[in-house]
Design a protein around this ligand. Structure first.
Ligand code: NAP
Length: 238
């Protein structure tokens, strides 16, 4: 393994994920651009390379066991290890009127959102763990949202999306307990309200601003916080 550290960002072809990939690349990481669409992934890798960054494409659909297994094999064979995993890929689910009203919630919408935002994170994390364990400084960042905070309950009512982030926070805490005696540091991040396709470009924060907390948590020192939930401004209540 070379001395250069390697990061993998899921859903890195656009939005906050792309900004995280760019930020980690600028910080000196070799960056794996995890993305499910070939054209969008190639375009993102080329854009990062044109900026002089060390980027490589990782075909990755977080909802597919097969795709995630293949992604782990690719990172293993091309790099031989992994230092940072940012689980950024996420979906909001249907925004149609009533679709995320709890009293009319379509269970297929709930399943779809959980499949990406929760099961996808577990699937990718567990596939990448053997590689992360080889790192001297393994870090995992789960991109959550303060909409998942049971204390704050911010944003519009979204009965599939918000609970998916609540569960992601809970899973993050479970992993942190499991990693307590290891070098692996895991935390959940909230980017704030960011103007991306996800929000229909509503939001006063740029993808770069949204990426900042994920980059910070991906590059924590060995005595950094574990099992927390943070925005750029500091800890967020669960
Ligand atoms: P975005 O612009 O819609 O980007 C989402 C990314 O996730 C895209 O690259 C998308 O790929 C990818 N993705 C979705 N499903 C995937 C799958 N099954 N496999 C692989 N990749 C998949 O959204 P964003 O605003 O950057 O959001 C990124 C993360 O931040 C999400 O987890 C979101 O919940 C969280 N977040 C966002 C905000 C905000 O204000 N924007 C606030 C709080 C939290 P495709 O291009 O192929 O669809």
């Amino acid at each position: 393994m070379s001395e250069m550290k390697t990061a993998l960002v899921t859903g890195a072809n656009k939005g906050i994920g792309f900004a995280i990939a760019r930020g980690l690349g600028t910080a000196g990481f070799r960056v794996g651009v995890g993305a499910r669409d070939n054209v969008r992934r190639h375009a993102a890798v080329e854009e990062l390379r044109s900026e002089g960054l060390d980027a490589f494409g990782v075909p990755l659909d977080v909802t597919s066991d097969e795709s995630v297994t293949a992604a782990a094999h690719l990172v293993e064979s091309e790099i031989g290890g992994l230092d940072v995993l940012v689980n950024n890929a996420g979906v909001g689910g249907s925004a149609e009127a009533g679709a995320q009203d709890p009293t009319t919630l379509d269970l297929d919408v709930l399943r779809t959102v959980l499949d990406t935002n929760v099961f996808g994170v577990v699937r990718v994390t567990n596939a990448m763990l053997p590689l992360l364990y080889r790192s001297a400084t393994p870090r995992i960042v789960n991109m959550s949202s303060d909409m998942g905070s049971l204390t704050l309950q911010t944003g519009p009512q979204m009965a599939a999306y918000a609970p998916s982030k609540t569960m992601l926070n809970s899973i993050t805490a479970q992993y942190a307990r499991r990693f307590a005696d290891t070098k692996v540091i895991i935390n959940a991040a909230c980017p704030g309200l960011v103007a991306t396709d996800f929000t229909g470009h509503m939001g006063d924060r740029t993808p770069e601003q949204g990426a900042a907390i994920a980059i910070q948590l991906a590059t924590l020192p060995d005595d950094g916080p574990r099992g927390g939930f943070f925005s750029e401004a500091g800890p967020i209540p669960w």
